[in-house]
Design a protein around this ligand. Structure first.
Ligand code: AP5
Length: 195
């Protein structure tokens, strides 16, 4: 792996701080920030045929079909210049998406093996409290429960699935925001030392 991480993926339960940490890492390492939820919300706001198709699913907190989200994210990664790196959050969210992600990285000529998955571990009651404080349209109690259920069923199995081809680091996300960032940066330097 090069001295600076070039392909980071931030994973974690809803409200674990994926978006918050991804933004800070993008600034710290000069990486392009790709937030799956933000990309989707922008497409919905633009009111294109694709936006109208995906809006009901996203608003209900359900997952879009793996092929649809994978194509949208691959197109976004395709916009990142070859010499630049990116930090991705909110994708992949299922083992199938992680397989499509790997295939798309290969197709785009990106260095598959320099991908690092960062998982933010936060207890569920803390996640719920954070989300209810935020007042986003899809942050009702019922939708939050549905997203938690989907996370357990679909997203958690990714950690083991990607370990065969990428580095995976687990970070305690139940700390103040700057402390979480510092822990991630510290863990990334260990990853580099191993590489
Ligand atoms: P998305 O926008 O990605 O929502 P999410 O996964 O539910 O993630 P959140 O934004 O809720 O949480 P986060 O972990 O980013 O936390 P944040 O940093 O905001 O996706 C929305 C929808 O799009 C999905 O439900 C789905 O329908 C669809 N979708 C997206 N990706 C998809 C995919 N790959 N496939 C299919 N469908 C997809 O932090 C949360 C709050 O906590 C904030 O208020 C923040 O200030 C606070 N906070 C953060 N860190 C800390 C900390 N350390 N201490 C205290 N407070 C903190």
């Amino acid at each position: 792996m090069s001295q600076t991480p070039r392909q980071l993926v931030v994973l974690g339960g809803q409200g674990s701080g994926k978006g918050t940490q991804a933004k800070r890492l993008a600034e710290r390492f000069d990486l392009e920030l790709i937030g799956a939820g933000d990309v989707l919300r922008r497409i919905i706001a633009a009111d294109t045929p694709l936006g109208r198709k995906i809006a009901p699913t996203v608003r209900a907190g359900k997952l879009l079909p793996d092929e649809v989200s994978s194509e949208i994210i691959a197109a976004r990664i395709g916009d990142v210049p070859a010499a630049s790196g990116f930090v991705l959050e909110g994708y992949p969210r299922s083992v199938k998406q992680s397989e499509l992600f790997r295939a798309n990285l290969e197709r785009l000529g990106r260095p598959v093996g320099s991908t690092v998955f960062i998982t933010l571990d936060v207890p569920r009651p803390v996640l719920k409290e954070r989300l209810l404080k935020r007042h986003r349209q899809d942050d009702t109690e019922e939708i939050i429960e549905e997203r938690f259920r989907l996370y357990d069923e679909k997203t958690k199995p990714i950690y083991d699935a990607v370990a065969a081809w990428a580095q995976v680091v687990h970070v305690d996300g139940n700390q103040p925001v700057p402390a979480v960032t510092a822990t991630i940066i510290n863990q990334l330097s260990d990853v580099k030392a191993q590489a």
